[in-house]
Design a protein around this ligand. Structure first.
Ligand code: BGC
Length: 764
């Protein structure tokens, strides 16, 4: 079962179904807890502070463990030790069992351990790493989101960890941001559908019974993290009431409706108010409006940041008061225990009520009961024979294949003919680090080549596919091994140019090295000058150039794009990305991915596909020639195939509708080429006249279909009329009377709404 891409965002006022028996246990446990124990449950520490290193191995220190768990009653621990760095499943089993033993003995409540298993088993050595979420978005295939999460859950649990800080559904609204690649792209519907499918993959269908092969999720980072005004990580966002509810909130709502058990909060602020101190967003929108009984955890040290960075509190105590009263249930401290002492003072002084403490504790206990941790605090590697199995790896390969976007194919230069001599060049040509990006074995992903040497880089995969004797590797530009993402060695472009002499074709692998969060900030979105010079010099040789773009966000390449005959954007395809690309280059796989974000052409023209119509307009007549232009390199939804699809007979079952109608669209899609292929059928809408300037277009549904040569399929996309509504400036959903232009492929039709309807509830 997976949540389809249509008819999805309509349900409202959802609550996880309560399990009466489980609630009795929660109340019974709560009733025998002291204030210290409750506050301890609300505290989360980093494992680093609980141990030390001996001969390159991390060990928990019994005294530190005793202080944290027996004395302070800490209920949650997170992260991998050492920077952080991935550990073997056996090591995890040992570390987490030790924590569970003391937790059960001293407080009778299991600990909940959390890890960022963000595109597979980030922190479990030997586990499968899938394409990053930006690729999952590009695949437009919700099944990939679900399956990869399901496998990640299994492999995470085999290392005794029951909780992942995934999925990330922030929306990628600014291409400069260093976390673009952690999301499913810029569109709310794609983030909602993929996020919800990951929730089901990670947790299963019943959030009350997570079971030993599943993990709890933490949807992040609530809310508005993906639109920092400066483009830099953890800096303020300024978001209109309409956009906040209509675009940023929808993916979170979809994930909650799919059963998400926890939510992690955005480190930054929206319209001046840090989200960690925003009662309306945390308590009203999430817990009350959605009737959600899950648990809210801070991001890293973010209660501290309320006074150290955001300056909305005078000191730590005031910061704790603000955050807990805003609705935070658990504080990812992560380094010390002052939170416990200060929160207890706040309760004793009446500044935080016992009701709020009980509410937070109840949510944490409920999570632990739902995970079955009271009965089975540990899971064991021996019970997970499918860990990193060939089946799991094959799904990672197929996911990578479906997530690579073909952007240019002048004169059908691709697929490459067998027997061609290929020069493989560029800094991304021979690196597992580049293929995986951040959250891969380490936070920054900088150690990947140490741990992933058994997988194929692009160069290795191309050698396997086309014969080593036909391939020359001369990179011309290289990154500093294990360095910061922007560090390049002195270029050796002449050597690459010389090597091009013997080649029939040049495969220039360009882009970015890995990074994560703030260390990934940038001040120039243009691709590095060395890399652009490399491509220019190689194009000058007259040999045809294929660009392979590999990186976490779109770097501007408008000066070298015209020099390339073919362009393939692999984004961050994971450990099987090299093989997947080679299959596409050889024509063994037909590319079927689409751009999950708008690829900008110029530094000063950054936009998303759903801009308001007046952002692009022709010259006005008269003395003042006002105009506006949005020029993009590749639009959202763009992507080529080795075959051609034709659209016909686009219809809507009714041409006029009311607010509560279902709208059923059908379109015939035919593969008129001679290769089998998959097509992403997208349904776009445009509100022709609206009381807020309407958007250029919005994606309302999508479905990926596979077609053999000559085959036609009728694709049905059903939406609710309410899906065409927008959020007014007063924060309420409204559907306005009038015409809507609908589009599927090349086909367009108009439908008409007969009534204006405003929803009185916060969600439709
Ligand atoms: C990141 C989160 C992550 C957390 C725990 C933070 O720095 O923003 O995405 O889940 O660390 O590792």
């Amino acid at each position: 079962m997976f949540v389809s891409a249509v008819c999805f965002l309509q349900a409202s006022g959802t609550a996880l179904p309560k399990d009466a028996g489980l609630e009795v246990k929660v109340e019974e446990t709560l009733s025998r807890m002291t204030l210290d124990e409750k506050i301890g449950q609300m505290t989360e520490l980093s494992i680093d502070v609980l141990g030390s290193w001996k001969n390159n191995e991390f060990f928990l220190d019994p005294e530190k463990l005793h202080e944290a768990i027996a004395i302070y009653k800490v209920g949650s621990i997170l992260n991998a030790p050492g920077g952080p760095t991935a550990q073997t499943p056996e090591k995890w089993e040992q570390l987490i069992s030790q924590i569970q033993d003391i937790s059960m003995k001293e407080i009778g409540i299991p600990c909940i351990y959390g890890l960022d298993q963000n595109h597979g088993t980030t922190y479990t050595l030997g586990g499968v790493l899938f394409p990053q979420n930006i690729n999952v978005g590009a695949s437009f295939n919700p099944e990939i989101a679900r399956q990869s999460a399901e496998i990640t859950a299994y492999e995470t649990r085999s290392a005794n960890c029951p909780w992942t800080y995934s999925p990330t559904v922030d929306l990628t609204r600014d291409p400069r941001w260093s976390r673009v690649w952690e999301n499913f792209g810029e569109d709310p519907l794609v983030n909602a559908v993929m996020g919800a499918n990951q929730i089901i993959g990670f947790q299963g269908d019943d959030p009350n019974q997570i079971g030993p092969y599943k993990v709890a999720t933490s949807v992040k980072h609530y809310l508005g993290y993906g639109a920092p005004r400066t483009g830099k990580d953890r800096t303020p966002a300024y978001i209109s009431t309409s956009d906040l509810r209509e675009k940023f909130f929808e993916p979170f709502r979809a994930c909650i409706e799919a059963g998400a058990l926890t939510v992690m909060v955005n480190s930054g602020s929206i319209n001046g108010r840090p989200v960690h101190a925003n009662n309306e967003l945390l308590t009203k929108w999430l817990k009350e409006d959605l009737n959600w009984d899950g648990m809210i955890v801070t991001d890293w040290a973010d209660i501290n940041n309320l006074y150290t960075r955001e300056c909305v509190a005078a000191d730590k105590k005031e910061a704790i008061e603000m955050a807990i009263n805003a609705g935070i249930d658990m504080s990812m401290e992560p380094y010390d225990l002052k939170f416990c002492t200060l929160l207890k003072e706040l309760v004793n002084e009446g500044r935080v009520t016992m009701e709020r403490i009980d509410d937070a504790t109840r949510r944490i206990l409920r999570l632990k009961y739902r995970l079955g941790l009271f009965e089975n605090p540990n899971t064991f590697k021996k019970d997970y024979p499918e860990f990193a199995s060939a089946k799991h790896e094959n799904i990672a390969l197929k996911s990578a294949e479906e997530s690579i976007v073909l952007l240019k194919n002048r004169n059908d230069i691709l697929p490459l003919k067998k027997g061609m001599k290929i020069l493989v060049t560029g800094p991304n040509a021979n690196s597992m680090r580049c293929l995986n990006g951040g959250w891969s074995y380490s936070w920054q992903g900088h150690l990947t080549d140490r741990f992933a040497s058994k997988y194929n880089t692009i160069y290795e995969a191309v050698c396997d596919k086309f014969g080593k004797e036909n391939i020359v590797l001369e990179q011309g530009v290289t990154y500093l091994p294990e360095g910061a993402y922007y560090q390049e060695n002195d270029p050796k472009i002449d050597k690459a140019v010389a090597a091009a002499g013997d080649a029939d074709i040049v495969l220039a692998c360009i882009g970015e090295n890995s990074y994560c969060e703030t260390p990934g900030n940038l001040s120039d979105l243009v691709l590095s000058v060395n890399q652009r010079n490399l491509v220019k010099a190689l194009a000058n040789t007259g040999k045809p150039v294929i660009l392979i773009i590999n990186g976490g966000r779109p770097r501007i390449i408008n000066d070298i794009e015209p020099l390339a005959d073919g362009i393939v954007n692999v984004l961050l395809p994971g450990n099987f990305g090299g093989d997947a690309l080679a299959n596409i280059l050889a024509g063994d796989t037909n590319p079927s991915a689409r751009m999950p974000y708008t690829y900008p052409k110029n530094q000063a023209e950054l936009t998303t596909y759903d801009y308001r119509v007046s952002e692009e307009m022709d010259k006005m007549e008269g003395a003042y020639d006002y105009d506006a232009v949005v020029s993009v390199q590749w639009p959202f939804g763009y992507g080529l195939s080795y075959t051609t699809f034709k659209y016909d007979n686009f219809k809507c079952a009714q041409t006029e509708f009311d607010a509560n109608d279902n709208l059923i669209f059908t379109v015939d899609v035919t593969n008129i080429g001679n290769k089998a292929g998959k097509e992403v059928v997208m349904l776009f809408s445009r509100d022709m006249v609206a009381s807020l300037t309407p958007e250029n277009r919005r994606l309302r549904g999508f479905q990926k279909v596979e077609l053999q040569p000559g085959e036609t399929k009728t694709v049905t996309l059903t939406i609710k009329a309410g899906d065409l509504a927008f959020v007014d400036s007063d924060g309420k959903w409204i559907l306005e009377k009038g015409d809507f232009r609908m589009q599927a492929g090349t086909e367009i039709l108009n439908i008409k709404c007969n009534e204006t309807y405003k929803w009185n509830t916060p969600n439709k």
